[in-house]
Design a protein around this ligand. Sequence first.
Ligand code: MCA
Ligand code: AMP
Length: 494
Amino acid sequence: MIKLFPKLNTKNNEVALVENGNRTTYAELNKKIDEFAKGLLGNRSDLQEERVAFYIPASCDYVTTMHGIWRAGGIAIPLNVASAVSELEHYLTSAKVTKMIACGDYKASLSELCLTLGIELIDVQGILDKNEGQNLPTIDPSRRAMMLFTSGTTNKPKGVVSSHKIINSQITTLADAWEWTSEDVIPLFLPLHHIHGIVNILSCGLWAGATIDLYKSFDISKICDSVATGRYNLFMAVPTIYVKLIKYLETLPEEKTYEICRGFSDMRLNISGSAACPVKLFNQWNELTGQVLLERYGMTEIGMGISNPYHGERRAGHVGQALPGVTVGLFNDKHEHITEQNMPGEIRIRGANVFLEYWDNPQATEKSFVDGWFCTGDVAVIDKGYYRIMGRSSIDIIKSGGYKLSALEIEGVLLTHEKIEEVAVIGAPDETWGEAVTAFVVLRPSASLSQENLKTWCDGRMSAYKIPKKLRILDSLPRNAMGKVTKSDLKKLL
Ligand code: MCA
Ligand code: AMP
C-alpha cells in the first residue's frame, strides 16, 4: 500500500495533518503508520483481510489506523462516531469484525458491546506499544481494503467493499480532474465514514502531498476564522454546509463577513456534492464569494462518477459529465441505453472505480448489476451535454444533509414504539437539509405523541440525524388496491 500513497515516505517533511494546531509531517505519519501496522500484526505476517473496525473522529490517530490496517493486510471499517449502539451492533456482527480500535471516551462507550460480541477492543497507543519490528506484508492491489456501510432500499445498511485498486482509481481520477497539488491546504470537517470525507478530501489530499486541517465536527466559527486568514485554497462540502455558511455569515458584523467571503473568494476551488445543490444556493454562493461551485455526483459504491469541469463551464443544477475513466450510461426500464437529450433514465456506471461487492451478500451484489453496469437507482437526463439529476427511483431513500438514509430502517425502529400502530417515513423538501425526515404515524387507540416525546424516545435508538424532524399523525395511511402504503400520496400531504 505504501506505493499507492507515494507522498507517505520517510523523506517527506512537508506537513500532512494539522490537528488542534499540532502538525504531523508525512515522514512522521509514515513512521507511525508502520509502527501501528506492525503492532496490529503482532506475531502474524498478514491480517489476511481480517475486518478491523475503528471508532475514531478525524485525527492523526484515525489516519494512522486506516493506513495501518491497510499495510497489515486487513479490511478497514471506519464507523460513524455518531452512531447509536444498536446500529453499531449490526455493522460489527454483519462484517464479522474481530478487532475494534477506539480511544478515550469513545473506547469506554464500546466496552460493553465489544465484550458481548467477543470483539477485542484496543486503543491506538496500545497497538503502537506492541510494535515488534517485523516486516510488513506485500499487499496485492486486488485485495479487499475497505468496507463502508450504506443504506439502501432494505431495512439494514449493507457493507460496500472496495479493493486497494478501486480506491486507488477513485483517488487518481479526482487528483487529476481537480488538479490536486502538494500546495493545497484544505479543511476536513465531514464525517470520516463516507467517501466524501475519506476519498475526496483525506485520501486525495494525502495522495497529492497536500496539508489537511482536521476538525472533529463542523465547527463553523473555527473553520470560518481559518478561512478568513486565507489559509485554505480548496473547500469541499455538502449543500447543507453552504446553506449553513450563508446563514452564519448573515449573523456576523460586515467586516468579519467580508474577511470570510474574501477567504473563500481567494480559493482555487469550492466543491459541492453528496446531494443536489439547488440553483438558488449555487447563485447565492456565487454572489457572496464570487466562487462558481463545482458540483459533482458520486455514491459509496462508485466513488465519484460525474463532475462539472475544473476548467470550463460549471452549470448550475447540473452535475456535469463522466469523469475520465468512468463510463456513464442512462437506461430505461427495459435496460435500453438512452442517448436522446432530456429523456430520463437510470444512471448506470462502469469502470475501475466501481466497488467489488456487498459484504457477504452475493444476491444483493448480483441484483445491483445489469450487464456489467452498476445500477445507481438515481434518475437523470442529459441536457445539452451535461447530466442533470432528476431524483431517485426509490422513495424509500432519503438524503438529509448529505447523509443517505433508509426510510425502512427508520420505520423499523419507530414501529417498536409502544404507541405507534403504523408508520411511513418519507423525505420532505427542506431548504437546509435538502430533505427532512418526516414520519406519518397512526397511533394505537387513545394514545398521544408529540414531536418532542418522539425525539426523546429516538435518542440512543438511532443516530440523531435520522430522528424525524417532522411528525404527522393520521387516522390511517393511504393504501393502494393491494393494501400497500402509497408514499406518493403522503408527499401530497406535505
Ligand atoms: C445533524 N443533524 C442532522 C444532520 N446533521 N439532521 C438531519 N440531517 C443531517 N445530516 C441534526 C443533529 O442531530 C441536531 O439535531 C441538529 O441537526 C444540529 O446538529 P449539528 O451537529 O449542529 O449539525 P451540524 O454539525 O451542523 O451537522 C450538519 C452537517 C452534517 C455538517 C451538514 O450533517 C454533515 O457533516 N453532513 C455531511 C454528511 C456527509 O459527509 N455525507 C457524505 C456521504 P438536534 O438539534 O435535534 O439534536 S455521501 C458520499 O460520500 C457520496 C459518495 C458523495 O457523493 O459524496
Ligand atoms: P451515498 O450512498 O451516501 O454515497 O450517497 C450517494 C447518493 O447521493 C447518490 O446515489 C445520489 O442520490 C446522491 N448524490 C450524490 N451527489 C449528488 C449530487 N450532486 N446531486 C444529487 N444527488 C447526489
